[in-house]
Unconditional design. Structure first.
Length: 116
């Protein structure tokens, strides 16, 4: 997912800037801020589905930013885990589909070689 323009993108960049500021200026938060940033970006910028459109990205990013702002991390993590589960299933289905297509094409090739 690309970083959005408009208010959503500005909010995202403001939060990233805040985390970087904590890393640079606060000795107390220095070690935690960089870890939060490394977790923050993948969680918020994860695509909701394999073929999702930009409009969906904006909607999901707004929702995730709101959860982050209100410290509802459990909701954020559970949504991302659900997305990962769906993506894994789609990759497995794609591999099975590719394998079946390959086998079908190999059988077609063998039968066309024999000819009449």
């Amino acid at each position: 997912m690309q970083i959005q323009r408009g208010n959503t993108g500005k909010t995202l960049i403001a939060e990233v800037s805040c985390l970087i500021g904590l890393f640079n200026c606060s000795k107390k938060w220095e070690s935690a801020a960089i870890h939060m940033l490394l977790v923050f970006l993948p969680l918020l910028l994860q695509k909701p589905s394999l073929k999702s459109k930009n409009i969906e990205h904006v909607k999901y990013l707004n929702k995730r930013l709101e959860w982050w702002e209100h410290r509802k991390l459990q909701e954020l993590i559970s949504e991302c885990e659900a997305i990962q589960t769906r993506l894994k299933k789609s990759v497995i289905n794609k591999k099975q589909s590719d394998w079946k297509t390959f086998c079908r094409l190999m059988i077609d090739t063998r039968t066309s070689e024999k000819g009449p």
